[in-house]
Design a protein around this ligand. Structure first.
Ligand code: MG
Ligand code: MG
Ligand code: MG
Length: 310
């Protein structure tokens, strides 16, 4: 039985694309692996896969008894419920170290860069294999998506370098223009329910025993969701009440203005506001404008974790 390479729940482009790229690389290395995903591709990911003529991985929700490699995460909260019954073989990731463990030695590559595909590019180089053009195209796209076209504070020189190299292989001349095409596809909200928008890129975290869910929508303009905000907030309250969550947050990130509006429903909104340096008085109808905040991983989760420890 093939081992599976799996990205996180509510898959973003990097979690699906890094599974596909990692599977290609590992097969070149002689391993018997297949990419899998914990959900269907979002519109952005669909756009990218179609652009380069590749298929989305099969969707699975159980990994019991499987040999398993994780890409783009290592937190159990973002894995299938039976993750403890899988046989963990490896991790390629660019997030904080999560709480999975293994019963035998594993191949683990975790670097503080902007995208899992940046690490995978270096792994191709290290193994001495060329990246095929279509895989290079999707990897470049994942880097542009995760780093918000190099504007996110998570973006490093390694990401820019890998993107340049991948663009050359994929035959993409204008990286910026291609990045805007991706974010226009990502900004597609017409005909989408509030619930789908909240869960399009949503992660649960265990913060000192409290379950905190944080969604993020990266848009070329927040005007796109102006009409939907009330229904999104209503639905966010429902999401908060589910699965024992203490807090449900949604970051509406304006990639042009380079900041985020934070929608929140929480048992302790004051604690959340304080986490971002705001007072109770500044809590206007449960949302805050966080200037310069673009990264959940680097700017939002650490601030929340500190607030929940305090
Ligand atoms: Mg991801
Ligand atoms: Mg990623
Ligand atoms: Mg992201």
């Amino acid at each position: 039985m093939s081992a599976w390479i799996l990205g996180h729940k509510n898959p973003d482009s990097d979690s699906i694309i890094s599974a596909l790229a990692c599977a290609d690389l590992y097969r070149r290395r002689g391993l018997d692996v297949q990419a899998r995903a914990q959900g269907k591709p979002a519109p952005e990911t669909q756009f990218i896969l179609e652009r380069f003529g590749l298929e989305a991985p099969e969707v699975i929700d159980s990994v019991a008894g499987q040999d398993l490699y994780l890409v783009d995460f290592s937190d159990k909260a973002q894995a299938p419920a039976d993750i403890d019954q899988a046989n963990l073989k490896g991790i390629v990731d660019h997030h904080k170290l999560g709480d999975v463990t293994s019963s035998s030695p594993i191949e683990c590559v975790i670097w503080p860069v902007g995208c899992t595909c940046t690490i995978l590019k270096r792994m191709y180089d290290y193994a001495g294999f060329d990246v095929p053009a279509s895989i290079a195209g999707i990897m470049l796209s994942a880097i542009l998506s995760d780093t918000v076209i190099f504007k996110s504070p998570t973006c490093t020189e390694a990401d820019r370098q890998a993107a340049q190299e991948l663009a050359k292989i994929a035959g993409i001349e204008d990286i910026q223009a291609f990045g805007m095409e991706i974010f226009k596809a990502k900004s597609a909200v017409a005909g989408t329910s509030a619930r789908e928008l909240i869960f399009r890129d949503f992660k649960d975290f265990n913060m000192n025993g409290f379950k905190v869910g944080v969604g993020q929508l990266e848009l070329v303009s927040l005007d796109l969701v102006a009409d939907m905000k009330a229904s999104i907030e209503e639905e966010l309250a429902r999401v908060k009440s589910e699965e024992g969550r203490h807090t449900a947050l949604l970051l509406l990130t304006d990639i042009m203005k380079e900041g985020s509006e934070l929608l929140m429903v929480s048992d302790d909104p004051v604690r959340i506001a304080k986490a971002f340096g705001h007072t109770e008085a500044e809590l206007a109808n449960g949302h805050l404008w966080l200037d310069g905040v673009m990264s959940r991983k680097k700017q939002v989760v650490p601030a929340l974790e500190a607030a929940f420890k305090a």
